[in-house]
Structure formats: structure tokens, C-alpha cells
Design a binder for this molecule. Sequence first.
Ligand SMILES: Nc1ncnc2c1ncn2[C@@H]1O[C@H](COP(=O)(O)OP(=O)(O)OP(=O)(O)O)[C@@H](O)[C@H]1O
Ligand SMILES: [Mg+2]
Length: 471
Amino acid sequence: MSTSLKDYQQVRGLAIQSLFEIIEQSSEGTVIVDRDANIVWMNERYAKRFGLKSADEAIGQPCEQVIANSLLRQVVRNDQPILLDIQDTPKGPLVVMRLPIHNDAGAVIGAIGFALFDELRNLSPLIERYLSMQQELASTRSLLRSRQSKYTFAHFIGTSATSLEVKRRARRSASAESPVLLLGETGTGKELLAQAIHGASTRAHKAFVSINSAAIPHDLLEAEFFGTAPGAFTGADRKGRPGKLQIAQGGTLFLDEIGDMPLPLQSKLLRVLQEKEYEPVGSNEMRHSDVRVIAATSMDLEAAIKRGEFRADLYYRLNVLPIQVPPLRERLEDIPALSEAILEDLRSHHELDREALALLARHAWPGNIRELRNVLERAALLSDDRVLGAAEIRAAIGTFSPVAREAMETLEGETFEGETFAAARERFDRQLITAALKACGGNVVAAAQRLGLGRSTLYKKMVALGLAISQ
Ligand SMILES: Nc1ncnc2c1ncn2[C@@H]1O[C@H](COP(=O)(O)OP(=O)(O)OP(=O)(O)O)[C@@H](O)[C@H]1O
Ligand SMILES: [Mg+2]
């Protein structure tokens, strides 16, 4: 037993000695100082670096005399090592390590400094990589923050029975993993609800990514959706690009205007939903997909299925948790609360008088809450008075479309006197486009065809009129 203990002591001693020898030999220099930080030993290599002919010249000198900015005195004083540091020398920077030296009683008797290496350039690829990773991390974090949803259920204003029911269903769906299908006219709050559902789900800390099938040219949709493999295209996309599906990985993918999704992409989406697999464009590498899908449309999907424009199997797959978002004209009692919330959100100090509120409740709001918002914003901009009356609201509404019970009274009482060409034209565009969309069950492609317009042209006009949102 005692012999092996002695062996241990011996091995330990040898290890210490070898360590010293190895570092001393392979390092750029070694220096030892005493308790007063005077140099007691220095190797020749190190002495040369500091312009001495021989190491003997250094012996007995205060360390700073030879090595400007030396921190060995601090190591002795504090009895604390400095394990890694960069020491500037006349011949360039060195990576150094400084350790206190103790006697058998554990008291500090000096310090030793090793210059580990001077090839900082060899380190720089490592440092560069570290810095670029840091940068990537920061930008990913901020991207993620910007991709996190900005709406919560608290933003969905309305205490009418229909609004409460919508909120209840949406809240419930947040804790599920199955797809949600949001159905409702333009501007009813489908996107707001999609974000709120994401925000209340277990995926809230991951990305919320939306893709709008009506706003993106159909021939680009697939790449947008699935991404592209390196070399699949020439030019800018040569390196390959992540698709929305990949960006949304772990989070929620919001498929806006799903009714406008072209049939071939519908088939691929179905596969993503069923197999949780996809291939980036131009690649034959299968990727696993983990996204929660929330789809929205203002189109009558069942009619689209009958027309052969929407896959029935995809519809059933998406229709697990359908939520019908009612148009504003079916919850007119929400208007006062909505108006107040919108004016507050616009940081406007305006309020509405009784007549103004009454007028708001007589309009049919084809553009729903988005239209209400636009009207209030316009009225607030145009009025210096803090209180907005019926006249200001009437002027801001543009084309007044009375709710059904007043529909018979039509627009005869409307005066367009003094209306500018631009306003008249906007009114005309809005009527024409709203009518065409209605006739086509909300299908933008069909409405565009009917009007003899390109789909994206129509979509741009819809955005300009506040009938859709831009991407
Ligand atoms: N219940 C609500 N409370 C408060 N604001 C709402 C409500 N519903 C919608 N909004 C507001 O109305 C605007 C339109 O909502 P959103 O974009 O969610 O509609 P959408 O149904 O997605 O419309 P589209 O079909 O045209 O894309 C947004 O500014 C949103 O904040
Ligand atoms: Mg939307």
C-alpha cells in the first residue's frame, strides 16, 4: 500500500515536471518572478523577444522593466491566476497564461508566466466563426421576435354573442394541435385570431409565419412554400433558400387565402399535413416538417370544391376546427367598443357622438373591421373637432351601403355633389370589385377573370381599397 502511495506521489511529481517542460519548450516564452515581482528566471526565447541578448540580463529586474504591461505583479499580489489573456509586445500580441507559485505551506512566493503562442492569426478563423455565429444568433433572435405574433385574444374586441362564441372556439383551439380553419369575409379579423391562437399555444415562443396564396404569383408559391435546394436555380437563388415551411418549423404556419392556392400545391400541402414530410424545390431530400397549420379564407370552399378548384380531401383535413368569423353587420352591437378600441389604437383623441355611432350602425361594412378602422382614421384626420359627428363619419365612409333593412332606400338620397374625380372613381372601383368578389364567392381568381383583370392586378387594387391586406 505504502509503496503504491509513494508511486502516486512520484507520478504526480513527474507530471508536474513534464507539464512544465512541455509548456516551457513549446511555448513562445516563460518567465518566473519572485514575491516582489522581480524576474528570477526567463528562457532565452522570451528574452530575445524583448530585445535582450541573453536571459541573464533580465534576472533581478522588476518584471515590468522587461515586459511592459506585465501583470505578474498583480498575480503575486492577488494570489489569483490569469488563465488566458492577450499580452501586447513590441513584436505583436501573445496569448499568455499567468499562475501564482506557492510554497509547501501554501504561501505565494512568486508567479510564472507562459506565452502560449503568438500565432493569433491561427486563432482568427475561430474567432471569426464565433463572431459570425454570434451575429447569426442575434439576427435570428430578432427575426424570431418579429415573427412572433403581435395580437392576443385581448385584441379581439367584441362582446356580442357571436363574438364571444368566436373567441371561445379560438381559445379552445389554441391548446390543440390539429389545423384550424378560419372562415369569414375580408377584414373580419381572421389574421388577428390566427396570431392570437398561436400566441396562446405551446408554440408561442416559436415563429408565426404567414403565406398568402392570393398575393404571391402562383409560379413562385411552391418555392416560397418549400424553399429551394442549392443549385436548383441560377442567379440569386443559387445557394438555395429556406421555405416558409422551414422557417415556421416548430411554430405555426398561417395559410392565408388558402382558397386561392393552386391545385398542384394543394396536393403537396395535403402530403405535408398527412406525412409531415416535404422536399424543397429541386431537391430529392425529404425533410421532416413540424408545423401547426392555421388556414384562412373568405372564399366559399365548398363551392370551390364543386367547381373543381379546391381538393375535397384537403378541405376535410383542414376543416377539423372550423371557426366562422361573422361579418361586422351581424354584430353591429360591437361597433361602439370596436370604435373606441380603434381610436385608442390610432392614438387619436377623438370620440364619437350619438349620431355618429348611429350612422356607423347603419352601414353594412363590406370591408368589415378593416373598413371601420379606415373610416375612423380618415374621419379623425379630417376633423379638428374632438367630437366626431355623423357628417364627418358620412364623409369618411365614401360609399355608404346601408344594412339590409335600409337597402330599399338605396343610394338615392346620396349626394355626390362636389365629389372629386378620384373619390368617384374609388367609389366605382369599390362597388365593382366588391360585387364581382361577391358573385364569385370571394374567389379572387374568378373575380379577376370576370373583370378581365390579372389576378395580381386585382389583388393590388383590393389592397389599395382596403379590401385585402398587402404582403
Ligand atoms: N374583433 C376585432 N377587434 C379589434 N380589431 C379587429 C377585430 N377584428 C379585426 N380587427 C382589425 O381589423 C383589421 C383586419 O383584421 P384581419 O387582418 O385580421 O382581417 P382578415 O379577416 O385577415 O382579412 P382578410 O381576409 O382581408 O385578410 C386589423 O387591423 C385588425 O386588427
Ligand atoms: Mg387576412
